[in-house]
Design a protein around this ligand. Structure first.
Ligand code: S3P
Length: 176
């Protein structure tokens, strides 16, 4: 990594369970950068869990914290790896932040079936949207958000048949 690329934050976006946090940790370690994980940031800044904020204050309130977390991460002078939350592309304000020159956005793209298999195998404490009908919800979210992820992405990496290490390697090979 050299030249102007060296100063850019590397931001991972994509639906829940595409591996943003896991791949983000691998990339941060490989690049020697801090990792900023959106849900962790929100929990640290509020002292509350994502689920508690969602249940007590509602989704709109949670989305404001999500925007604050993104703005805080991207305002850091030290280039970081950012694991964005799945909904980070919903607000136009966030999409403007992601379009900045000092931000390199990678969309971790997956078929909904891949994600359904993953979320039903894992505890989803911070994913209240998946409480009732995870398969249906992930399919709807994929349809609703696909164009938004594409609009902010500098690069796209398909994750369906890749391990987190292989996804991270593909991102590094592609010149983050
Ligand atoms: C959400 C994704 C979750 C979490 C919240 C809402 C979404 O984060 O922020 O449950 O709207 O896609 P992850 O993508 O890290 O699971």
């Amino acid at each position: 990594m050299s030249g102007p690329e060296a100063a850019r934050h590397l931001v991972l976006v994509g639906l829940m369970a595409t591996g943003k946090s896991t791949v983000g940790r691998i990339l941060a370690d490989a690049l020697g950068r801090p990792l900023r994980d959106s849900d962790d940031q929100v929990e640290a800044m509020t002292g509350r869990s994502v689920r508690a904020i969602w249940q007590t204050d509602g989704e709109a309130a949670f989305r404001l914290f999500e925007t604050a977390a993104l703005a805080e991460a991207l305002a850091e002078a030290t280039p970081s790896v950012v694991a964005g939350a799945g909904g980070v592309v919903l607000a136009e304000e966030n999409r403007v932040l992601l379009a900045a020159d000092h931000v390199d956005v990678v969309w971790l793209r997956a078929a909904p079936e891949t994600l359904v298999a993953r979320v039903t195998a894992a505890a989803d404490e911070h994913r209240p949207l998946l409480d009732d009908d995870p398969a249906g919800m992930l399919e709807r979210m994929e349809a609703d958000r696909r164009a938004l992820y594409e609009s902010v992405a500098d690069r796209i990496v398909d994750v369906d048949d890749r391990t987190p290490d292989a996804v991270a390697a593909a991102i590094l090979e592609d010149g983050s």
